[in-house]
Ligand binder design. Structure first.
Ligand SMILES: *Cc1c(COP(=O)(O)O)cnc(C)c1O
Length: 396
């Protein structure tokens, strides 16, 4: 018999009743240190008092009105994001997937308005993840995501991650846009080097192709800058945002330059819930905290401390780990043992991590994790790795 929840997830046998900062608590009182943060969503941890206050204050005033009307919280959030980033304009969605839909539509509409309706081709990359909608799975392009779902949305070309020669050859005056995660998340925390991001911008500029960054996972302070692309000193034309921006409230955004957004006039796109007062009130509170030099400095300092401790962990368990990669508090432990075993052993050690492709264990802690929690996290990872090593030995 089919379960009452459509069984599209293989869930861990864990169920939490309460969250407190970097901790998730089960009904029996067991406390798990959460280095997954809902897959980079709970940027300020669980039940953050400032977010609770922003949400409950707004909930007592007004939940939802529709984008038929002006929404002051949405206006304030758009103004803030435009102020903080390359963008001139913002559209609010409820998820990263919906941000992908609009990014693709916006890029194609741009060329349509330029009188080049045939310029629809979007170049994307193997190993990427852009969501589960028809456009999202087409953009990622893997057989795993697309097989069995009928005709796949056309107009996507996929290149190997980091193959800059292939990219130079592929981007032509037929290319509408290049869509890329500056750091692949689901693909295994694979950063594109800064010099390659710079080269990518130049390659796009040479033909006018628009550059779309998917910062759904790597954005909103995760790498120690407000957005990951800031490290490379280049800006996109369009950017997808979600996950951390809502701190746990479902919210996403597409940010764009005025030129890239030129085709998106009244009636061309919409969303019932996108940018509603609740989501925007919470996101404003998230940015108030995250988009400050002091907060981002702290992220960088903690990232350095975590990374240093992880190097020690890797040295202590060469039969389990091979290295660490990533940026800021978006780190991936590359594994020799199966990454899934490490994640599972973490459950016994009461630490939560997230598996990714390429046999990687992802660490995406709340950005306000404390130094003591970082030390505790590495101690628990050490326990998990010891258990994995013991079972590897037994199996051998
Ligand atoms: C999670 C994710 C998405 C999809 O976001 P949803 O909110 O799950 O729809 C898209 N792109 C990247 C890079 C992601 O990590």
């Amino acid at each position: 018999m089919i379960p009452s929840i459509l069984p599209t997830y293989n869930r861990a046998p864990l169920s939490f009743v309460k969250g407190e900062g970097s901790w998730l608590i089960e009904a029996d009182g067991r406390r798990f240190l959460d280095l997954g943060a809902g897959i980079a969503v709970n940027a300020l941890g669980h039940a953050n008092p400032r977010l609770v206050e922003a949400l409950t204050e707004q909930a007592q005033q007004l939940w939802h009105v529709s984008n038929l009307y002006r929404i002051p919280q949405q206006q304030a959030l758009a103004d803030r994001l435009v102020n903080l980033t390359f963008a001139d304009t913002a559209f609010f969605t409820n998820s990263g997937t919906e941000s992908c839909e609009l990014a693709v539509k916006m890029a194609r509409k741009y060329w349509y308005e330029q009188g080049d309706a045939e310029r629809v081709e979007i170049i994307a990359f193997h190993g990427s993840f852009h969501g589960r909608s028809a456009a999202g799975i087409a953009a990622a392009g893997s057989e795993k995501m697309t097989k069995g779902f009928g005709p796949i949305l056309g107009g996507f070309t996929h290149l190997d991650w980091g193959d800059m020669d292939a990219l130079r050859a592929a981007v032509t005056d037929r290319t509408a846009a290049v869509l890329i995660e500056p750091i692949q998340g689901e693909g295994g925390i694979r950063p594109l080097p800064d010099q390659d991001l710079k080269a990518l911008r130049e390659i796009c500029d040479a033909t006018g192709a628009l550059l779309i960054f998917d910062e759904v996972q790597c954005g909103v302070g995760r790498t120690g800058r407000l957005f990951a692309h800031e490290w490379a000193g280049v800006t996109p034309d369009i950017m997808m945002v979600a996950k951390g921006i809502g701190g746990g409230f479902p919210l996403g955004a597409v940010l764009a330059t005025e030129a890239a957004a030129a085709g998106m006039v009244a009636g061309t796109h919409g969303s019932t819930y996108g940018g509603n007062p609740l989501g925007c009130a919470v996101a404003l509170a998230v940015l108030e905290e995250v988009a400050t030099p002091d907060f981002l400095d702290a992220v960088n300092r903690k990232a350095g401390a975590l990374r240093q401790k992880l190097e020690g962990l890797i040295d202590a368990h060469p039969e389990v780990f091979t290295g660490v990669r990533g940026s800021g508090l978006m780190l991936g432990l590359t594994c020799k043992a199966p990454a899934a075993d490490v994640v599972k052993a973490g459950y016994d050690a009461e630490i939560l991590t997230v598996p990714a492709a390429d046999n990687v264990v992802r660490l995406l802690p709340p950005l306000n994790i404390t130094d003591a929690e970082i030390a505790e996290a590495v101690a628990r990872l050490d326990r998990a790795a010891t258990a994995v090593a013991a079972s590897v030995e037994k199996g051998a």
